[in-house]
Design a protein around this ligand. Structure first.
Ligand code: FAD
Ligand code: SF4
Ligand code: SF4
Length: 419
């Protein structure tokens, strides 16, 4: 029977898999890759586990999200979190632009954080070398480490596992993650002063949802990678915009083989997106409201092909984020033109509709007694009310259907890893 708070958050389907709890208490809480439920924390069944879990609660943005302190000047900020200034651009370094998911802006900004002396390291995620189907959190201290991790990985990842080491270290470290990761980093920095001093910059990628390991395996099957093969590389994005999904593996004779590449729209639309976790469907921040800078795809001006020259949408969320982007442009690290702040909703119309549906989904969940995250300070009802009638109804009825189909009332139980 689950009694500690972190295990309850997982069991109640409120965990985003950010890794903050495990990063702060690695002896007592560890992240496990459940093929279906995602990368989730497992708490040691001991007094130490109970105590660590209770202490980790204050770091967790999976259960608690509070927008009340975020500055709001108009409807754009109320819908998307603070949008101080926006640009469309790309990394001036051709290799970074090519390898990046969109225009390589995240990697270029991270490298500038190192070269400008703002940070000694960058916490982010990268594909595991021994098994590229999985991701690991690392702190990179050079360009090679940053470039190796460029490109979005449409799979489970827990960059907040690095927050513990950052707080325990003595060097400033920039942080890159999804909106839910950055929300936990922000929450942790508010409650752990030793961490706040060492996080000079946070960068969020936009995120519509993280698929599970089952989805990654389906992708590999679709690419024709034999089940028994040793996967050497798996790319979801990058090498042009938006980039092809492609894998490399070693066959039975030890030869390296390369799969065909499939377009991003096919891989995401037909294979990966259906395996997003339920927690992602009630996510109310897909664009990184708590970050200093957030970066996404400028889908309002989409690429013509599958491997075009990349472009990023860059959003300054805080005064220090704005100053940093301006400095990166002035230093020639980014090539970027200013855009109207409303570009965020032109670029991501699907995400506004998604935010809007969440209020209906939460109502549907509460009506049948399912737990929901504690959300404060966001105008979810108003966004839901602005949806067309059909979408409003769908947000409630569709949730009830999904509750039945996915048996969401049974709770999440994380599988033991195979020996
Ligand atoms: C699960 C997922 C969903 C996404 N949904 C959207 C969307 O709805 N709209 C949209 O515009 N863009 C979405 N993206 C893409 C992403 O926001 C863009 O690619 C962004 O523009 C960054 O591009 P870039 O070239 O600047 O980044 P890059 O220079 O390629 O750097 C990417 C950085 O992100 C980190 N990263 C990669 N994958 C993950 C991960 N799973 N978790 C945490 N950190 C990671 C890497 O460590 C790297 O530092 C999604 C990405 C992911 C991983
Ligand atoms: S959301 Fe993050 S901090 Fe909360 S339980 Fe999950 S992994 Fe731990
Ligand atoms: S959709 Fe939200 S909860 Fe899910 S991975 Fe993305 S930011 Fe995290």
């Amino acid at each position: 029977m689950t009694t500690d708070p972190i295990s309850k958050i997982v069991a109640r389907n409120l965990c985003t898999g950010c890794g903050a709890c495990a990063g702060a208490f690695p002896q007592a809480i560890q992240m496990r890759e459940d093929p279906i439920h995602g990368r989730r924390p497992v708490v040691a069944d001991s007094l130490e586990g109970q105590q660590a879990s209770a202490a980790a609660l204050k770091l967790c943005a999976g259960q608690n999200s509070d927008w009340s302190d975020l500055p709001v000047q108009d409807d754009i900020d109320a819908d998307w979190g603070p949008v101080l200034e926006t640009w469309e651009g790309w990394a001036s370094d051709p290799e970074t632009r090519f390898k990046g998911s969109s225009g390589g802006a995240v990697t270029a900004l991270a490298e500038f954080a190192l070269s400008s002396g703002l940070a000694k390291g960058v916490a982010h995620i990268t594909a595991r070398k021994d098994d590229p189907r999985l991701n690991e959190a690392v702190i990179s201290e050079d360009r090679a480490g940053l470039l190796a991790a460029a490109g979005s990985r449409y799979a489970q990842a827990s960059p907040c596992e690095m927050l513990g080491p950052i707080a325990a270290g003595d060097a400033p470290v920039a942080f890159i993650g999804k909106p839910c990761d950055v929300a936990s980093a922000h929450r942790a920095a508010k409650s752990v002063p030793a961490l706040a001093d060492k996080l000079p910059l946070t960068i969020s990628i936009f995120c519509a949802g993280a698929p599970n390991l089952v989805a990654t395996q389906s992708l590999l099957d679709h690419l024709g990678v034999p089940k028994e093969a040793k996967v050497l590389d798996l790319r979801y994005r990058g090498h042009g915009w938006p980039g092809l999904m492609q894998a490399k593996w070693q066959d039975g004779d030890g030869q390296q083989r390369e799969s065909r590449g499939i377009p991003y729209a096919e891989g995401w639309g037909r294979i990966l997106q259906s395996e997003r976790r339920w927690r992602c469907r009630i996510c109310t921040d897909h664009t990184g409201a708590f970050a200093d800078i957030s970066v996404g795809d400028p889908w309002h001006a989409p690429p013509e092909g599958n491997e075009d020259a990349g472009r990023s949408l860059i959003v300054a969320r805080s005064p220090r984020g704005r100053a940093f982007v301006r400095a990166a442009i002035a230093a020639g690290v980014l090539v970027a033109d200013a855009r109207a702040r409303s570009v965020i909703e032109e670029a991501q119309p699907n995400l506004r509709a998604t935010h809007g549906a969440v209020w209906g989904r939460l109502v549907a969940m509460r009506a049948v007694g399912l737990p929901t995250p504690k959300l404060r300070g966001q105008r979810l009802f108003a966004t839901w009310r602005s949806l067309p009638v059909k979408a409003k109804l769908q947000s409630v009825l569709g949730t009830w259907k999904r509750i039945l189909r996915e048996r969401l009332w049974t709770g999440v139980s994380i599988s033991e890893p195979k020996a």
